[in-house]
Design a protein around this ligand. Structure first.
Ligand code: AHG
Ligand code: MN
Ligand code: MN
Length: 335
């Protein structure tokens, strides 16, 4: 790994693989990195400036909007909307798609969860930003919500920013997964984790056990089986998907947010959370499923669609899928 390799330099080197590239993709990522630095700075001083707490509004999912949710959402939109590479954006925090001024239109669609794990903001625990990039099928005068409803296998790129003990930018364009750490002194993301591979199996499982009384029979039996295994397992659950995913990406393990008796589609959003992380997981050798189907094969029907999510080490997820399929035959409902 060459020392001092910035994200921009790395992207420019990747761009050389495509002699006809106009550099739009590189520009998109550079601006996304700028937005990430601005959000990171605000997260870092969240306790000092008046940006903790809720705005008093509810978002499209009926969840309380935090001030930092709103700040991150606005920052990404303002940083990216005039770059000339986007045809539209869709945000977890916005009911409708975000349209682009025709003078600045490009070919890509950006989907994002501006601040993931927002219930952790006020207590100084890691949060993140998740993003997914699609290419428009063909030139279009107007972008419509239907343009965003592509299955995850068609993502051109995806990744996340983790605002943790350090800030990391992790992404894939379908050629492996690369991680960059923000050097705050230099103000640049520097290559720190080249070609990340997820262990095939792990000891960690991550699920919100507080929901156990609502779990389906299949989920209860699966978790009981994990605990009964003589190979010791460890429970880890931050409650910020980006942080839980990132830890399992590096250490190996499985994360589950299943459907339960109250939410038949689970909680997490297919387009803003499950798809981008599924692309990263698969590119690192891992796997992601809704218990029945590979996440990247699901054709979305709505922008804010939810999905059960089982994601992590390849063999652990395969084993869980087999268990859920087998148990569904006996008990009825899926994961
Ligand atoms: P968001 O903050 O973007 O709404 O996402 C919250 C998500 C995700 O980060 C996390 O995995 C999950 O919600 C935690 O939910 P529970 O508190 O229900 O476990
Ligand atoms: Mn989220
Ligand atoms: Mn969010």
């Amino acid at each position: 790994m060459s020392k001092g390799m910035t994200l921009t330099r790395f992207l420019l080197e990747e761009q050389r693989r495509y002699p006809n590239s106009r550099g739009n993709f590189t520009a998109l990522f550079s601006d996304l990195a700028v937005a990430a630095k601005i959000i990171s700075r605000e997260v870092d001083r969240a306790g000092l400036v008046n940006i903790l707490g809720a705005t008093g509004d509810k978002n499209v999912h009926g969840e309380e909007v935090q001030k930092l949710d709103e700040f991150a959402n606005e920052t990404i939109i303002r940083t990216m909307e005039r770059g000339g590479y986007l045809a539209g954006m869709a945000s977890e925090e916005e009911e409708d798609i975000i349209r682009i001024d025709p003078a600045c239109r490009g070919d890509y669609l950006l989907l994002f969860d501006p601040l993931d794990g927002s219930s952790n903001i006020d207590v100084n625990i890691s949060v993140g930003t998740i993003f997914s990039v699609l290419r428009l099928d063909g030139p279009r005068a107007e972008t419509a919500p239907g343009d965003f409803l592509k299955c995850g296998a068609r993502q051109a790129a995806a990744g996340y920013v983790l605002y943790g003990s350090s800030t990391m930018f992790v992404y894939t364009t379908g050629f492996g997964v690369h991680g960059f750490t923000l050097d705050p002194g230099v103000g640049e993301f520097l290559l720190s984790h080249e070609n990340i591979r997820m262990p095939d199996k792990g000891r960690i499982y991550s699920i919100n056990e507080g929901n156990s009384r609502r779990w389906t029979e299949a989920t209860s039996r699966y978790i009981a089986r994990l605990k009964a295994n003589e190979k010791d397992c460890s429970a880890r659950y931050v409650g910020s998907l980006v942080a839980d995913f990132h830890r399992n990406l590096l250490k190996g393990g499985i994360f589950l947010y299943p459907a339960d008796k109250k939410s038949t589609n689970g909680k997490l959003r297919l387009l803003y959370e499950a798809n981008p992380l599924a692309f990263v997981a698969e590119q690192a050798g891992g796997r992601a499923s809704n218990g029945e189907t590979r996440i990247l094969d699901i054709t979305p029907s709505e922008l804010h669609q939810r999905t059960p999510l089982i994601i992590g080490s390849r063999l652990d997820v395969l084993e869980a899928e087999a268990f859920f399929k087998e148990t569904a035959g006996e008990t009825g409902p899926k994961a």
